[in-house]
Design a protein around this ligand. Structure first.
Ligand SMILES: [Zn+2]
Length: 329
């Protein structure tokens, strides 16, 4: 009897303990599952859906501010490319730090895209308005994945296009965009001994060397077509041909596809010049032609400059009032 009672008591105790553990697990799971469910939202851009979810951690960010940040970045990229590059994006936000946005990374994701980015737990609507990084990451969705030696074109495109896309969607001031371009573009100039974009593995070469390639190409496409076409036409054509981040393309194919769309050889020629050899660019002469000059902490435009119309066309695309001139091939 006593032994049996002990066994029964022990069994009951084990059952209670097991039940307790189960309750604990449910409670822990519930605690984590609940806020995560509350912190996900769908943002639509045309037919594209961006599913944003916020990971665990302190989080005081206003939902409307978060939604507007994502919407504005998506609208900027869609404005530049004529549509959002992919139908589906999984945007995973990690709370981290106090304010601001950082550590963005983008990957292909079974036909869609995956973006991971860090957002400070007290980030405000104003902090979001100052952010460029999410637009940069979304720009990566719109170009095919490249072999490692051409990583510069992936980062160069995102670096060059992000501010233009934001200006066109009215999320960045035109003056600020040109001020920053004049201030920063020289970082992409080659140094003594550099052997071209493919063979110089520095941060400056990858981001700003790539951006310089895009800028020079954009100006030359406008020059060759009397402002009828721009780099945006080349990039839209690459995207229309299926060249998004889920596709592995050789660089040659992307450049040839872009050149076909503008009726020029600008991209292939620029790569021949800058890809595998030292090639200096006279940036000062380009700013002068475009009619843009830095004065202290701002920029002044000269509309009498020889390529002032090209500056407006680069900024606004086909929306530029004087950008539509009969193309010359
Ligand atoms: Zn990037």
């Amino acid at each position: 009897m006593r032994a049996a009672t002990v066994i029964i008591i022990a069994m009951l105790a084990a059952l209670c303990l097991g039940f307790g553990i189960l309750l604990c697990l449910l409670a822990v799971h519930g605690l984590h599952a609940q806020p995560r469910e509350n912190k996900s939202m769908i943002i639509e851009q045309g037919s594209a859906k961006i599913e944003a979810s916020v990971g665990d951690g302190a989080w005081n960010v206003n939902d409307a501010a978060l939604r507007a940040w994502i919407q504005n970045a998506a609208d900027s990229v869609a404005t530049y490319y004529g549509r959002f590059p992919l139908d589906r994006v999984d945007l995973r936000i990690s709370p981290g730090g106090r304010v601001g946005v950082g550590r963005g990374m983008t990957w292909p994701d079974h036909g869609g895209g995956l973006i991971k980015i860090r957002v400070g737990s007290d980030t405000t609507a104003q902090d979001f308005a100052d952010d460029w990084m999410l637009t940069h990451e979304m720009t990566h969705l719109a170009f095919p994945s490249m072999p490692d030696e051409h990583h510069w074109i992936e980062e160069g495109l995102a670096t060059y296009i992000e501010p233009i896309a934001r200006v066109r969607a009215h999320h960045l001031d035109e003056n600020e965009m040109w001020f920053e371009m004049v201030r920063d573009m020289h970082q992409g100039l080659p140094h003594e001994g550099d052997q071209g974009l493919d063979r110089t593995q520095s941060w400056a070469n990858t981001y700003w060397g790539g951006a310089l390639f895009c800028f020079v190409s954009d100006v030359e496409i406008h020059r060759a077509t009397h402002n009828a076409k721009g780099l945006d036409d080349a990039l839209r054509a690459i995207l229309a041909a299926g060249g998004n981040i889920n596709e592995d393309w050789p660089l040659d194919r992307a450049l040839a596809t872009g050149d076909r769309a503008t009726g020029t050889h600008v991209l292939e020629d620029a790569y021949a010049q800058m890809g595998n050899q030292y090639h200096m660019v006279d940036l000062d002469a380009m700013w002068k032609e475009l009619g843009v000059a830095r004065e202290g902490d701002h920029v002044v435009f000269n509309d009498a400059a020889s390529m002032a119309a090209t500056r407006r066309a680069i900024t606004w695309g086909h929306a530029a009032p004087d950008a539509k001139v009969v193309p010359v091939h």
